[in-house]
Design a protein around this ligand. Structure first.
Ligand SMILES: [Fe+2]
Length: 474
């Protein structure tokens, strides 16, 4: 039976021509809240073909970063490709050189023969008075804050080298300014997870290695006041297949639910392991927040029945057979090392890009926002994010939901901006693309009334890709 198309014209998102530009946005409908002032940043895959090679997986595209600079007078849009080593070498050659996560081709190359050359397309964050763009398990790149021009790889004063695994999801302590991050060594003999802790200037405080039971893909982690929390799922990468068989990374990976998933909890102070707790057979890509309250460690995640990366291909037919995913709040008694609470919110439409009020990271927090797929209910056929969802953890169902009109799709992690004059108010920024007129907008919602639709829409001159992770530097 022919699969249905639940995402008409989705191919437009991946194929429209891109422009690198910088301009004041002249077309704005609605009203931008007065407290939305500062810089919004977004990163995501954007270039999906080079020479005669067309990429297969959403994760393959070269990173393009976007900023919105909000001032009292105007909103300025800027976007640029990240000039990674991969991007520059392939631009110069006029052809694809490097094998990607989901695309292998005749004559392709690996970095030093052992890993993929990152397209630096996942996230970007300000840290230590710099703006850093991150790719999966690779050295970040420093960008110029206003123009987004690439300054170059950032190695933390010689601490990282170009094969150090380093995730795209660093975590920051707002009070101390410290940064934590991790890397995975995919050795088949002794896979390891390494936790890094940096001070507010980017100087390393410690590095701690932990042996793990399988060489699993881990994309994100959580930080609470006392702990670094890792949800390990048995989505296992075979490094020999990558280095010896010429396989694309995704074709070296296997889902082995029978091995079980684990919560590995490390001390934030020194990186030593304090708990290893079996947690069923789910798959976790992103964590939203972790905190400690009433003697419990609380971990907010989105949990799926199986991994997502296969659903990112083939472009543009995404999420064809996506498994159900749900927001889950786990409560862990650290003295008995047991999961004593598991609150599942009744929303199984494979949500992703969960986030909360950044002022409440590592603190008790009752609200979370994420993107969901309205058609992700066991229906075969391509689909995409079209719902902005507000979860209130005390409820069993979602608190509030905005569904984009038919033919419009949402992208970019929904970023929360708090109203400084009222802790109970805030705005959400995300992308919306209308395929009927090829119009890309940024939309600003009242975070606590998303179903009312955008309060403001910033209409861009030219369409852009729907991106991955975003942040706001207020
Ligand atoms: Fe991510």
């Amino acid at each position: 039976m022919q699969a249905q198309d639940h995402a008409p014209l989705l191919d437009q998102i991946f194929s429209v021509d891109l422009h690198e530009e910088s301009y004041v946005i002249e077309s704005i409908s609605g009203t931008i809240p007065e407290y939305v002032r500062g810089a919004y940043y977004l990163n995501g895959p954007a270039r999906f073909s080079i020479g005669d090679v067309t990429y297969n997986n959403w994760l393959d595209g070269d990173g393009m970063v976007t900023s919105l600079a909000f001032t009292d007078e105007a909103v300025k849009f800027t976007n640029r490709f990240v000039h990674s080593h991969k991007y520059l070498a392939e631009e110069k050659a006029g052809r694809a050189i490097y094998r990607c996560f989901g695309t292998a081709f005749e004559g392709d190359e690996l970095k030093r023969g052992i890993g993929t050359e990152s397209p630096i397309n996942v996230s970007l964050y300000p840290f230590a008075n710099r703006l850093l763009a991150f790719g999966e398990q690779s050295m970040p790149y420093e960008l110029e804050m206003e123009t987004l021009e690439t300054i170059g790889p950032f190695d933390f004063d010689g601490y990282l080298n170009d094969i150090t695994p380093f995730s795209a999801h660093p975590k920051f302590d707002r009070e101390s300014g410290e940064m934590f991050n991790f890397g995975i060594s995919f050795s088949s003999r002794q896979p390891r997870l390494t936790l890094h802790r940096f001070d507010a200037t980017g100087k390393i405080i410690f590095r701690k290695r932990l042996a793990i039971d399988y060489a699993c893909s881990i994309h994100d982690f959580g930080l609470s006041p006392s702990y670094a929390i890792f949800y390990l799922s048995p989505y296992i990468l075979d490094i020999e297949k990558l280095t010896q068989n010429g396989s694309a990374t995704i074709d070296t990976m296997s889902w082995r639910p029978e091995l079980g998933s684990q919560l590995r909890i490390l001390s934030r102070e020194d990186g030593t392991e304090v708990a290893n707790i079996p947690i069923g057979q789910g798959y976790c890509l992103h964590l939203a927040n972790c905190f400690e309250a009433d003697g419990l460690l609380v971990v907010d995640v989105v949990e799926y029945e199986r991994p997502l990366y296969e659903e990112y291909q083939p472009i543009p037919d995404l999420f064809t057979t996506v498994s159900p995913g749900r927001p889950v709040r786990l409560s862990i008694d650290m003295s008995s090392q047991e999961i004593v609470g598991r609150h599942v919110v009744d929303y199984a439409r494979s949500p992703d890009f969960p986030g909360c009020d950044p002022r409440l990271l590592t603190k008790p927090c009752q609200d979370m926002w994420m993107l969901g797929i309205s058609k992700a209910t066991g229906q075969n056929g391509r689909k995409f994010y079209d719902e902005l969802v507000h979860v209130e953890w005390q409820q069993d169902t979602v608190r509030d939901l905005y569904r984009a009109p038919a033919g419009s799709y949402l992208g970019g992690e929904p970023v929360f901006l708090g109203d400084p004059s009222d802790e109970s108010k805030g705005a959400i920024i995300c992308q919306i693309h209308d395929t009927s007129n090829q119009q890309s907008d940024f939309a600003i919602f009242d975070a606590f009334d998303v179903s009312a639709g955008p309060q403001a829409r910033l209409h861009l001159r030219h369409p852009i890709r729907l991106g991955f992770h975003a942040c706001f530097d207020g």
